[in-house]
Design a protein around this ligand. Structure first.
Ligand SMILES: *Cc1c(COP(=O)(O)O)cnc(C)c1O
Length: 359
């Protein structure tokens, strides 16, 4: 039986896409073999890869002066690749700290450049984002990095920070493709695939062309944006299955009407779940209302001793992976694009029933 999977990542994938993958598993595009068994340099795969890129460009309306790269090493690999490609060793880079993923990006960047923390939301226990216009930016910084959606804390920027012309870098791992995005406001956008794009093993980088070609000599070739862009992301064997799968997810999104349509659905899903939490005196979400994530919804109950019971009963009801991140406890419902409204409704019904019995 398929369950509603609220995991933060790897996360639920669209059932329609999974079924298509199953139907093509042993004979992809009439070649008599699976997509995992064909050459990445063969005509069929090269065409599928180009189609995936074109569909992603269409979804996000990526301007012509941006390259789209399909890389490996996850978002964590990019934590290093970004300073290696965009900043000289003696330059300063600005980072905004809004929680767990910001912190990881900052500690990795510190190995490669001087990091100025332009804002730190510690005072609110990372339940807020900095006020627009409040960042303490460095004149001449190589770039400004922020985490638009903190997957663990469930904290999301309701605006795109202004940087006065300094390239803006965003870790969109848990929020890419959840609604329209003005790509032109960014120097670089990156996203690990395993939340809103497809299976783990692929990271998508969207980079403005003028930022390509500045990598330090010691940058690994597979993370050198210039080398990867020149090779259409096939300097070496790419993650072919992930790329193919991502392409099917892009088509699934286009078929639903693109990011305007999916954004409206996501807004409604989040509003319904936060509404249920706020209407109850039993459940609580700690995040400032204007900074609440559409994708990751943490919540707590008054008696932590009941958490195990909640999780066990939820799992028995077909609601999987609701435990909060090990660093914060409580619960977290990740409700990415592939989570249907029926999943939200089933979760809310379960929460109400649980409150009736234990509240
Ligand atoms: C999951 C996640 C990461 C880490 O991704 P990996 O692919 O495991 O390296 C980084 N940033 C954010 C915002 C994430 O949600």
């Amino acid at each position: 039986m398929r369950v509603f999977n609220f995991a933060a990542g790897p996360a639920t994938l669209p059932l329609e896409v999974l079924e298509q993958v199953r139907s093509e598993m042993t004979d992809w595009r009439g070649g008599g073999m699976s997509v995992m068994e064909v050459s990445h340099r063969g005509k069929a795969f090269v065409a599928a890869a180009a189609e995936a890129e074109a569909d992603l460009r269409r979804l996000l309306a990526v301007p012509a002066n941006y390259k789209v790269l399909f890389l490996q090493g996850g978002a964590t690999g990019q934590f290093a690749a970004i300073p290696l490609n965009l900043a000289a060793a003696d330059s300063t880079v600005d980072y905004v700290n809004t929680g767990a993923w910001s912190k990881k990006a900052i500690s990795e960047a510190k190995r490669y450049a001087k990091v100025n923390v332009a804002a730190d939301e510690a005072a609110s226990k990372y339940s807020t984002v900095p006020a627009a216009g409040s960042l303490a930016l460095t004149a001449g910084a190589a770039y400004v990095h922020y985490t638009p959606n903190e997957t663990i804390g469930g904290v999301e920027f309701p605006y795109i920070p202004a940087t006065g012309g300094v390239p803006l870098v965003g870790d969109f791992s848990s929020t890419i493709l959840s609604r329209p995005l003005d790509v032109a406001k960014f120097g670089l956008i990156y996203a690990g695939a395993q939340k809103n794009i497809g299976p783990a093993g692929l990271v998508v980088v969207i980079i403005r062309e003028d930022l390509i070609g500045r990598a330090r000599a010691a940058t690994p070739s597979v993370w050198d944006y210039a080398q990867m862009a020149a090779a259409d992301s096939m300097l070496n064997t790419p993650p072919t299955f992930g790329w193919y799968f991502a392409g099917l997810v892009f088509k699934w999104l286009l078929k639903q009407g693109g990011l305007e349509a999916i954004g409206a659905k996501n807004r409604a899903k989040a509003a319904r779940l936060y509404g249920a939490i706020d209407a109850s005196g039993f459940y609580a979400n700690p995040v400032a209302k204007e900074a609440r994530s559409w994708m990751n919804v943490p919540f707590t109950i008054p008696d932590a001793a009941l958490e195990k019971t909640f999780l066990a009963e939820a799992a028995a009801a077909g609601l999987a992976n609701l435990e909060g991140h090990r660093s914060v406890g409580g619960f977290r419902a990740s409700i990415y694009n592939a989570m249907p409204m029926e999943g939200i409704d089933a979760l809310i019904a379960f929460m109400k029933e649980f409150e009736r019995r234990h509240g």
